[in-house]
Design a protein around this ligand. Structure first.
Ligand code: MG
Length: 377
């Protein structure tokens, strides 16, 4: 069996209500999907994390390396792509392109072997994964605090037991938002904050210390992802667990974070950091440093399904009789692509999402919906 075809699709949809976070504004959602087809017609889907048109160029560059290869030899193809890209891209969007092809190959391999990806990753520790709601972005409104409170209450009513909110608008303003959201959701719902590296070490430290009273489960990307020393210092000076890694790439990138004792929680994005093949290795490395993984996930059902399978196959540290459940990010901000491109849609029941049991990733793309969203260029 050989890989016969690699196709890319860039889909885009303008948003009804643009929103922003500490770095930039979203007017639209965009995604680059890849479909890898074997010579018997079996196909797998993958998705990259990053600017969609750049990802498409990257996938076009790497695709010849996969064509003609055996789709069951996923990590062999991965190493071929990695060796070809290493001189130009030890981090960044070309790694995202490689990730997309890798995810599609895991999906394809699962279908060819009639096994879900989680089984191929080493075995399902759990059939349902605890998910946290990512939302609470900023919008230009007269009463942002009220809007955030309403949105947070909505996630609680939907059964989420953990919610992540954005910070990064300035320490005092952030604290007003965090205080209001914590009061609205009560003590029983986990609350996390994410600055998307908006702060200096000094600002992050001030925010962290004053946010400690709001029982924050983790503070994500407080400072620049390049500032490994700053991460370590912040982690040593606040009681809030520090999370990071959505801007980190490949095993070697995570080695910096982990060996530097920079984070309590590592957050590789499967669609960006090197695909399922590499994030499996990153999880193994993190385990050696006694750090748990909570994958970053911000895409369509393909990205989310990849996350479910990975987390299903993860061990949580430390082991004990009543194990805490690992978490996976579930983006709830407006994204028509996520809601319409893939089937089936993932349901959240009591804060949990079921790991698909069908062969491969267990999601398929609705080609009618895709043609509606594909950007003309
Ligand atoms: Mg984040």
């Amino acid at each position: 069996m050989k890989i016969e075809r690699v196709e890319t699709f860039v889909a885009e949809q303008k948003l009804d209500k643009p929103f922003y976070f500490s770095q930039f504004e979203f007017q639209a959602r965009q995604v680059c999907l890849v479909k890898v087809t074997a010579e018997d017609g079996t196909y797998g889907w993958g998705e990259g994390y990053g600017p969609a048109t750049v990802l498409r160029a990257g996938i076009d560059y790497l695709a010849p390396l996969a064509l003609g290869e055996d789709p069951l030899q996923v990590e062999a193809v991965w190493h071929k792509m990695h060796r070809r890209s290493l001189d130009y891209a030890r981090r960044g969007v070309l790694v995202g392109a490689m990730s997309a092809i890798d995810i599609a190959l895991w999906d394809l391999r699962g279908k060819l072997l009639h096994q879900p990806v989680s089984t191929l990753l080493g075995g399902r520790r759990r059939e349902n994964v605890r998910v946290y709601a990512t939302g609470l972005y900023f919008t230009d409104t007269d009463d942002l605090v009220c809007r955030l409170v309403d949105e947070a209450r909505c996630y609680v009513s939907q059964g989420f037991g953990a919610i992540k909110m954005k910070v990064g608008l300035g320490v005092e303003r952030d604290l007003r938002h965090v205080r209001a959201v914590r009061q609205a959701i009560g003590a029983d719902t986990q609350l996390m904050i994410d600055a998307n590296h908006a702060y200096s070490l000094n600002e992050a430290l001030r925010l962290a210390r004053r946010a400690e009273e709001f029982d924050i489960s983790f503070f994500e990307e407080p400072i620049s992802p390049e500032d490994y020393d700053g991460y370590r210092e912040l982690r040593n000076r606040t009681a809030i667990p520090i999370a990071g890694g959505e801007c980190e790439y490949l095993l070697e990138g995570f080695r910096h974070l982990l060996a530097g004792r920079c984070v309590d929680i590592a957050q590789p994005d499967i669609c960006g950091a090197g695909g399922l093949s590499e994030v499996k290795r990153i999880a193994a490395l993190a385990r050696a440093y006694h750090v748990n993984i909570i994958p970053h996930s911000w895409g369509t059902g393909i990205a989310f399904a990849a996350g479910l399978h990975l987390v299903s196959a993860l061990d949580v540290l430390p082991g004990r009789l009543r194990m805490p459940e690992p978490l996976l990010e579930m983006d709830r901000s407006e994204n028509p692509l996520r809601d319409r491109l893939t089937k089936p849609l993932f349901q959240v029941v009591d804060g949990m999402a079921a790991v698909p049991s069908a062969p491969g990733l267990g999601v398929d793309v609705d080609m009618d919906a895709l043609s509606e969203f594909v950007a003309s260029d």
